[in-house]
Write a protein that binds this ligand. Sequence first.
Ligand code: SIN
Ligand code: MN
Length: 204
Amino acid sequence: MTEPLKIAGFEIFKAQLNVKEQAAMVADLRAVVRTAPMRHPVTRSGKQMSVKMTSAGRLGWISDRRGYRYEAQHPDGMDWPAIPESLLRLWQNITNLERQPDCCLINFYGEGARMGLHQDNDEGDFSFPVLSVSLGDEGLFRMGGTERGGKTQSVWLSSGDVVVMGGAARLAYHGVDRIRFGSSSLLPDGGRINITLRVVSEAV
Ligand code: SIN
Ligand code: MN
């Protein structure tokens, strides 16, 4: 495995997945979405997020008027589908951990979608990394430190790139300022998919 690029504690594995692997992963995700449809979540204030989301795994990440949390069921009442093998294999290859992720959060960025700077801090155990996979259009990923308002650096993430947020970067602020809609031909209708694998542990 090639050495990752390290920026502010974030480990960036460029082109970790080849085009065939990316296409196979998209097919796996389409199967997840058929069982657990994507939704535009709202925040506590009632504002609709620009990304659409769904999850796979024992737990899924939810946002609604009651706030952010993990839930064992999709808002429509069904269990989340299993995390696809392709993603569990990638988790194993990159992290070498025996512990499997509890949640595979799938975010879809259509034209104009973005995600503000935030920390991933709804989990019960921060000793495990969060692993992120980018598929489809390029996204401008912004990385900061653990304090809100600190210095940030940005990198364009392309289809097949993998980012590990662990150690000092586990609770670092991050977000996506914008995507280059139509920059990739992986998804016929354009857009960017980001998948994050998370160990949630005893939070629920
Ligand atoms: C996230 O922070 O959940 C998504 C990050 C990304 O889209 O690259
Ligand atoms: Mn995040």
